[in-house]
Design a protein around this ligand. Structure first.
Ligand SMILES: [Zn+2]
Length: 545
């Protein structure tokens, strides 16, 4: 009898451990499945087992062949690969969700109101931090003073940074905490005083006096930031994001949280151009787990066009004699390229102006020396001289672009550049033609996280208000198919992840989304009304509407 029991027991163990070949975890059927494979073919159903796609095909085919624990009826709706953002700041976005958004405020009173509202909704924040005020947008254009902040927040530190990060206004509580005194002087900075009293305004290096007191980020902070960030991302169909410029300790923390199952977002990571990161990673090479791939190095060539920090070949149209500037000596970029070309790391350089782009393209071409598969990237590739477009193709350099930058900047970019240079600005079609593929992103939190806005800007070249009527520089619009590829398989390829994600194909990770409208067919006016019904990462549902 005892032997008998043992046999039954063994039989049970064997059976429960070996799923038969046709048993799967999930079947999704009755959909319009955009596989985004080589042929851009569609299917009706897919089967998922152990987090991977094991079959894609017609309804009958999948349903008759497989037995699933869970069957999902897509109700005729569109199924796409999960969206991938090829250029974003995921950690920064998470942090920004716990700070007051002060951008666009048109008076100091409005700033104070926004801070009060934020404080009510975020009782447990130890500090109140905000970013984005600009006194040039207010009547009188004078710097504010901190009396109202002192009245409202006698016991909590308040730090509100100006739009450009070069000034801040803080309350008395924080001034006291940092030991700032009236009349205090320091090099490269200014402590504002009026009638012998501190106004709370700190300029340049004086801001460091108070930021030095910001409590160090804890694991709980990261959990809070990244949970909020990923939930918003899942709701708009993002399943992989690229974080452009993190430090070694950020990566360690994220890795730990992913392994504990606290964070589900898949990430491609570029490390900041910083000696700590080089020391830790250059010898060991790229770092990879199921959820993160650390293989990029983020370098800054120049600043932004809006603040005239972008480096141009000819002076700005609206500032005679001013060219902008590079953020480092050419020798720095040369030496980074010379070091990285001998490693498996991908060099990813922020370049906005046509001079910055030319400088970097020449360096890339020098070290890469012809076509290759190192996929070195130019982030933004915003203004390109007509003579330089071919430098992308020559050395297989990847332009990584953000279509919503075009529709945000179109209101003022021509003032900076003049009509002639505009033709080579935000020229996504022309950039796509260089290598035949083009990754798309948003640069969130600089722009909205929404891939639907990216799609609209790429395909229709209009912003969410429907401006301009006929689309901005329409000759540089992408087709719908190109835009979808840019947000999926090409974005995966830009991070060497195209064998794992970016399409609905057998062997890939089961990252996919169901949409209530089909982006390939939806009318232009309804693109932004498209909603994500559900989002899956590795076959697990991470969002349900
Ligand atoms: Zn960025």
């Amino acid at each position: 009898m005892r032997w008998m029991l043992l046999y039954v027991f063994l039989f049970f163990i064997l059976f429960s451990n070996c799923k038969s070949a046709n048993e799967v975890d999930t079947i999704v059927h009755n959909g319009v499945v955009y596989t985004v494979n080589e042929q851009f073919a569609t299917a009706q159903a897919l089967a998922v087992s152990d987090g991977k796609i094991v079959a894609v095909g017609m309804n009958d085919e999948i349903i008759s062949k497989y037995k699933a624990k869970e069957t999902i009826d897509a109700k005729g709706q569109a199924v796409y690969p999960g969206f991938i953002d090829a250029h974003a700041h995921f950690v920064g976005y998470g942090q920004s969700l716990f700070q007051v958004d002060l951008f666009g405020a048109t008076s100091w009173d409005e700033i104070v109101e926004r801070v009060q509202k934020f404080a009510k909704e975020h009782h447990d924040e130890a500090w109140i931090r905000g970013r984005g005020w600009d006194q040039n947008k207010w009547p009188g254009k004078a710097y504010p003073t901190n009396e109202k902040l002192n009245e409202l927040f006698p016991d909590k530190a308040v730090l509100l940074t100006r739009v450009d990060g070069h000034a801040a206004i803080v309350n008395q509580k924080l001034l006291a905490l940092a030991g700032v005194k009236p009349g205090q002087t320091l090099t490269g900075g200014e402590v504002e005083t009026k009638d012998g009293k501190l106004t709370g305004v700190l300029i340049d290096n004086a801001v460091d006096l108070v930021t030095a007191k910001i409590p160090a980020s804890t694991i709980d902070d990261y959990v809070k930031w990244l949970t909020a960030a990923q939930n918003n991302c899942f709701a708009v169909g993002l399943t992989t994001v690229t974080d452009c410029g993190l430090m070694y300790n950020d990566v360690q923390t994220i890795d730990g949280l992913q392994k504990e199952g606290k964070i589900n977002m898949r990430m491609y990571i570029m490390l900041s151009d910083d000696s700590t990161n080089y020391k830790r990673y250059l010898n060991d090479g790229p770092f990879k787990t199921d959820k993160i791939y650390v293989k990029g190095i983020k370098v800054y060539a120049d600043g932004a066009l809006g603040s005239r920090g972008a480096c141009l070949l000819q002076p700005y149209a609206d500032k005679p004699g001013w060219f902008g500037f590079l953020l480092s000596n050419k020798s720095h970029f040369d030496s980074v390229a010379d070091v990285l070309v001998k490693t498996d790391f991908q060099m990813c350089t922020h370049a906005i102006g046509d001079s910055a782009n030319r400088e970097m393209l020449q360096i890339y071409n020098r070290v890469l020396n012809g076509k290759n598969d190192k996929r070195w990237r130019i982030e933004h590739a915003q203004v390109i001289n007509q003579n330089d477009f071919n430098l992308f193709g020559k050395a297989s350099v990847v332009p990584s672009v953000q279509p919503t930058h075009a529709t945000s900047d179109m209101y003022w970019a021509e003032e900076r550049l003049g009509p002639e240079r505009m033709k080579g600005a935000y020229s996504y079609k022309q950039l796509l033609q260089q290598n035949g593929w083009l990754p798309l992103g948003t640069d969130f939190p600089v722009e909205d996280i929404s891939p639907f806005k990216t799609f609209l800007a790429a395909v229709v070249r209009k912003d969410e208000k429907g401006f301009p009527d006929k689309g901005f520089q329409k000759e540089n619009a992408l087709t719908r198919e190109e835009a979808i590829k840019g947000m999926t398989i090409w974005a995966a390829k830009a991070g060497f992840l195209e064998k794992e994600v970016g399409s609905v194909e057998v062997g890939k990770k089961a990252d996919f989304i169901i949409l209530d409208k089909d982006l390939m067919k939806v009318e232009e006016k309804d693109i932004l009304n498209t909603k994500v019904v559900s989002t899956f990462i590795g076959g697990k549902k991470v969002y349900n509407r």
